[in-house]
Ligand binder design. Structure first.
Ligand code: NAP
Length: 321
């Protein structure tokens, strides 16, 4: 039996953070979660005016039952911005129950403020620092009375595009440049491979049995969002053509089908019954809740180990001691 949005349980008292909450899958996630009575949702975004507009829209859609939504300024292309955002949450909250690392960029070229290839830097490095910085607060949350193991979750958005990553992953020296010799799909693929490898490594280095935290990565399916807008800055007329193409390609709307897999991963409790299975820590899931569909490299632990070790070294100067 498939997970439906109506299966999302009450999120009473929970504090939630969603990155890229101002658009697409992130905005729909915030809307859905906001109607399940959490104590607060941080909508993390890099553009304050877009974020404020999204919060107003979500509040209007959700009506009086909408949970408090707070804008968190976060530019994942700057590790300094990530540190500030994590520090703000840590200073103001005594718990963080759910972190959805949803924001993503596809097709844009260049480097981040810290010199990483843009997609790898935003999709992986920025999120990795955010997650590592917030783990102490999440661990405290998971140890609270009344919270069961695996209820505190970190969900990372990956993609079926992980299969576009070249077998030579990870070219770490190139990933600290604009990696001009690689094509856009290869670079996006590497960043999405890193997303799922990182989730699997978090599950190993922060085991649920010890920390209470469950780490999950998901491919949401093909969903109609703005993700492709950075591809050559499509002019408006072409966007209309693309929307038509989206229909032909059977892309799903964000509402209901599009957002379902990440919300299943974030909220489906253990032992829900009706044949509904909760995610396992370290798992990578296609919609909805289907394991084992990644590429061969997706399950290559040696590659995931390499990514973990390299990322840890890179982040060390940025992590509070
Ligand atoms: N749509 C699909 O078919 C599909 C398929 C597989 C995986 N995914 C994954 O799903 C996730 C959500 O994407 P989406 O489809 O909802 O795309 P979207 O509508 O383009 O949303 C992406 C979000 O990420 C934010 N973002 C981009 N760069 C950022 C940065 N430097 N700092 C902070 N936030 C940043 C965007 O903010 P701005 O509005 O300011 O740009 C936006 O809020 C991504 O990780 C994507 O890889 C999507």
């Amino acid at each position: 039996m498939a997970f439906k949005l109506s299966d999302i349980p009450s999120l009473k008292d929970k504090v939630i953070l969603v990155t890229g909450g101002n658009e697409g899958l992130g905005k729909e996630s915030v809307f859905q979660l906001a109607t399940r009575s959490p104590a607060k949702i941080y909508l993390a975004a890099r553009n304050p005016s877009k974020a404020e507009a999204a919060i107003a829209e979500i509040k209007q859609r959700a009506g009086p039952e909408c949970a408090p939504i707070q804008l968190l300024s976060l530019d994942l292309s700057s590790l300094d911005s990530v540190k500030k955002a994590a520090a703000e949450v840590t200073a103001n909250e005594s718990r963080l129950d759910l972190l959805i690392a949803n924001a993503g960029v596809m097709g844009a070229g260049g480097v981040t403020e810290d010199g990483y290839e843009l997609q790898f830097g935003v999709n992986h490095m920025g999120h990795a620092l955010l997650i590592r910085s917030l783990l102490p607060l999440m661990q405290e949350t998971a140890q609270r009375e009344g919270i069961s193991a695996g209820e505190t979750r970190c969900v990372i958005l990956s993609s079926s595009a992980e299969s576009f990553a070249p077998a030579s992953i990870y070219p770490f020296d190139e990933l600290k440049s604009d990696y001009a010799s690689a094509g856009m799909w290869a670079k996006y693929g590497i960043s999405k491979m890193a997303n799922l490898h990182y989730a699997s490594q978090l599950a190993i280095h922060y085991p649920e049995a010890k920390t209470g935290i469950r780490f999950v990565s998901v491919h949401p399916g093909g969903v109609i969002t703005n993700l492709g807008d950075t591809l050559n800055n499509w002019p408006k007329t072409e966007r209309v053509v693309r929307k038509f193409a989206a229909m032909l390609l059977n892309l799903k709307p964000v509402e209901e089908e599009g957002v379902r897999n990440q919300l299943w991963a974030a909220t489906c409790p253990d032992g829900m019954g009706d044949g509904l299975k909760a995610p396992e820590s370290g798992g990578f899931y296609y919609p909805v809740g289907i394991a084992g569909k990644g590429s061969k490299t997706a399950y290559n632990k040696a590659k995931a180990d390499e990514l973990w070790e390299w990322t840890e070294k890179e982040l060390q100067p940025h992590l509070a001691v």
